[in-house]
Design a protein around this ligand. Structure first.
Ligand SMILES: [Zn+2]
Ligand SMILES: [Zn+2]
Length: 144
């Protein structure tokens, strides 16, 4: 399932830039995402204002806020929250799975990641006005 095109040492690993709408909060994340999907749950709809959220998961330690990053608006707990820019409100990433991983909102990346979302999840709560028209696998909730 996991494709490895080449062995990369951490020193040579590509780093992607990301930022919010107003530019106050920038971050860097390793281009080493473990999975990526389109989430159709109602929370992702509301936090993004969109039909679904494209996101990719990675260990929390591989994402870093830039040193000059402005304030975050944290919605949730220490080990499970959405991190928005406190100024413009962009959803940048969510801290998930007991705080060990982050789900980066792919729309906030400046650089293109190597990974591509390869499934639709939480399709059971999909917006009725949105029709999935691609052939990617669909899961009612989070797949095992
Ligand atoms: Zn902002
Ligand atoms: Zn979701």
């Amino acid at each position: 399932m996991v494709r490895r095109s080449r062995v990369a040492t951490s020193a040579s690993r590509k780093v992607l830039e990301g930022k919010c709408y107003c530019g106050d909060v920038g971050y860097q994340v390793e281009d080493a995402f473990l999975y990526a999907a389109y989430c159709h749950c109602s929370q992702c709809r509301r936090t993004t204002g969109s039909a679904f959220k494209p996101f990719a998961g990675i260990e929390r330690s591989k994402l870093r806020l830039r040193e000059d990053a402005g304030k975050l608006l944290i919605v949730g707990e220490d080990n499970g929250h959405d991190a928005h820019c406190a100024r413009c409100g962009s959803l940048l990433y969510s801290v998930v799975r007991e705080g060990a991983y982050v789900h980066v909102a792919l729309g906030t990346l400046v650089d293109a990641p190597s990974i591509r979302p390869d499934k639709h999840i939480f399709v059971a709560s999909k917006a009725p006005w949105f029709e999935i028209t691609d052939g990617l696998p669909q899961y009612p909730e989070f797949p095992d």
